[in-house]
Ligand binder design. Structure first.
Ligand SMILES: C[S@@+](CC[C@H](N)C(=O)[O-])C[C@H]1O[C@@H](n2cnc3c(N)ncnc32)[C@H](O)[C@@H]1O
Length: 182
């Protein structure tokens, strides 16, 4: 009995340690896991003005809620990338459970090395520094007309004039910004 208790405590400690490690790594690599609030998800998805032929990429997809909502809204494909292995695993489980695993996929990887060139809509909810690093890096390969939706932090369009702000909306205390690649 005592052994079982000891074993379960060790397992809990290992699990908590792993989760803490994953959190620290996501903070160190650009942004901690703070999901888009459920109550903001529907209006943010509406703001994205999703179309059936959209290829959606979410940079830093967390638990996958945006991609899953986009897949349910009928986009052709939604792919989320995240540095955190447990979050990618969790997002895949949720997509399967919700019946959209064929259209909402999740990959582990560093978003600074993501190929975004095929996307027609990008969603990101990150910190200012990595948002602008993406605008200066991977997002440059987007085709003209592609949209970029950012939650909380805008793109510095003075430094990145290839993105034109189309609209911004306030959801509670979070502002979202919709850009088009010109
Ligand atoms: C603020 S959360 C947003 C999660 C999700 N997009 C949402 O709106 O619910 C930021 C996410 O980005 C991930 N992330 C941060 N830096 C990253 C990097 N360099 N590469 C991949 N993912 C990263 C974190 O692990 C975290 O899940």
């Amino acid at each position: 009995m005592l052994y079982l208790l000891l074993l379960s405590n060790i397992l809990c400690a290992v699990l908590l340690g792993y989760i803490a490690f994953a959190m620290v790594r996501s903070i160190a690599s650009g942004a901690p896991f703070i999901p888009t609030l459920r109550r903001h998800l529907e209006p943010i998805v509406r703001m994205a003005d999703l179309r059936p032929d959209d290829i959606v990429i979410e940079l830093g997809s967390g638990d996958g809620r945006f991609c899953i909502a986009a897949a349910k809204a009928g986009v052709r494909r939604a792919v989320g990338y995240d540095i955190s292995r447990p979050l990618v695993w969790w997002a895949r489980q949720t997509a399967t459970r919700e019946g959209v695993a064929d259209r909402a996929q999740f990959e582990r990887g560093n978003i600074m090395r993501t190929d975004c060139s095929g996307a027609t809509l990008i969603y990101l909810y990150l910190m200012p520094r990595i948002t602008n690093a993406l605008a200066e890096g991977p997002l440059r390969s987007l085709r003209p007309g592609a949209r970029v939706l950012t939650a909380a932090f805008p793109i510095d369009t003075a430094a990145n004039p290839q993105f034109r702000l189309v609209r911004s909306e306030l959801f509670g205390s979070v502002r979202a910004f919709l850009y088009v690649r010109v």
